[in-house]
Design a protein around this ligand. Sequence first.
Ligand code: ADP
Ligand code: ADP
Ligand code: MG
Ligand code: MG
Length: 595
Amino acid sequence: MPEETPLRVAVIDRELCNPDRCTHECQRFCPPVRMGIPCVEFIDGEPIIREELCIGCGICVKKCPFEAITIVNLPKALETNLIHQYGMNQFRLFRLPAPIKDNVLGIVGRNGTGKSTALRILSGNLIPNLGDYSKEGDPDKVLDFYRGEQLYYYFRDLYSGKLRIAYKPQEVYLLPKAVKGRVKDLLDKAYESGDIDYVVDTLNLRKTLSRDIKELSGGELQRLAIAATTLKNADVYLFDEPSSYNDIFERMTVAKFINQLSRGKYVVVVDHDLAFLDYLSDYVTVVYGEPGAYGIFTRIESVRTGINIFLDGYIPADNIRFREKPIVFTSIAQKHKPETYPALKYTNLRIKLGDFELRVRDGEIMQGEVLGILGPNAIGKTTFIRILVGELTPDEGEILIAPERMAYKPQYISNEYDGTVEDFLKENVGEEATSRWAVNSLLKPLNIYNLLEREVKNLSGGELQKVYIAATLLKDADIYLLDEPSAFIDVEDRLEVASAINRFIKLNKKPAAVIDHDLILIDAVSDRLMVFEGEPGRLGIGGTPTNKREGMNKFLSLVNITLRRDKHSGRPRINKPGSRLDREQRERGEYYYVT
Ligand code: ADP
Ligand code: ADP
Ligand code: MG
Ligand code: MG
């Protein structure tokens, strides 16, 4: 059988490409160019790669000093599934999921694989060009393309104005720039139907009503955007990353709220919190691919199958492997046994900061143990860690045993640094920050190896977070303290952070404390748990660390959910309220999975 020519995808990252600062290696070393074939050309000083002439040798990829080029071969058959391409040598989206009426469709996948692009297409804000990027997208062509398929009816109704859309975009932090005024005014303006009091109370916005939008915290802004979206009288509700900035309590509230919305409607949700997405979705589709280069949607699956496909990195129906290794939760964590002597120990602590008071019950972190810390926002978790590292002095109580060298990743990280990622890592860790061992065991798995030359100032939020995590874990320290390591990073990197913590800290028998709102991350790394409760902004009470079962039970009863464990992947799953397992576990007082 003759070998089929693959579909060649050549992508140039225009932010990395800097033709004034190189010697046009992509063109000079290109074998076809050397034979007189214009595979790489410079037009207006910018390179373009002609995919139909490219032989896929990958020499330009290696020679480019900025690592700006990606070349991949995809199955030819995908060509007919090209939905949108942003331009010459730019990102391509293959396939699109069809929303399902009366149901919530969850979308999971890496950053830069086209999730927001897909939502913009489903919202009608972006008419897909089906690969012909020389022209604007044309609704008639889209309808022709989908004739006979489910999406035909969706787009027909969308383009004829029959489907009304409510869309919460990803970037809620842009909201205060776009709208001015008080929270109440914005909600009144957005209001079309529904019970505004119910929405305000469920999303815990009552206290913010008379505040100015620009004074809101990230979580409040997110919930306001969700509220305004759901108060629209729409047929389709699209939510792009609704869990961001919200604490774990608020995430559960938002999940229940969005799940209830679907009657008679289409609901689509993109998110990186797997427990959240698992809980609120009725179906899941995975998008995989090469970030920045292309993304491919899988078919729509049941929630469990979809998430397991994502974790396995393998689509059985198509026999496609999109990640070398599956993501597993339990292996290292289970083999690991912490010591029985404390690495850190403190008495009852008390501190008053302005109107806020924190009380922490005495406790210790054992040598070799990872202490997971859970609680709502503004309850004193960060304050507690800052006491441990000596940034704050408690009014009462003391640290009895303090490890000498502490590696601390603060919650708020800054990109104000003059220099590259490599400079930053070496300055914080030393020369060994880029040793072969560090590269293979951390920088590559976290996908920051290819960022070493980039300026820290120009990193995205997720990239910056990963660089800070690496700079912390690579330090030779006696204890590791990580405050919200999953913030801004995508689902795959979160799971990679969990396994890096397991590899780096547990295998070296170091102690650590990790604050996070991602339940799956906390479940995957923690040996014991510390739960904070109280009244956010007023009084926080940090409990004594307990074993995981006890800690989870306490926490889950506070958020009022029960968990079971997926047999295939070992990940915790939230039971649907009122389901058989939910009722049984509640009766027994076992909110946490029973193994
Ligand atoms: P995700 O939401 O999965 O993170 P996006 O859909 O936002 O991904 O983006 C996918 C890719 O498309 C990214 O590489 C992004 O840089 C690129 N992209 C997004 N919008 C545009 C645009 N208007 N022009 C060119 N490229 C774009
Ligand atoms: P968490 O990490 O649980 O979200 P924090 O420990 O950051 O909470 O903060 C707890 C509360 O203490 C918040 O209401 C915060 O505004 C307040 N707070 C923190 N630091 C100070 C300070 N230096 N002065 C006054 N209030 C503070
Ligand atoms: Mg996005
Ligand atoms: Mg905090």
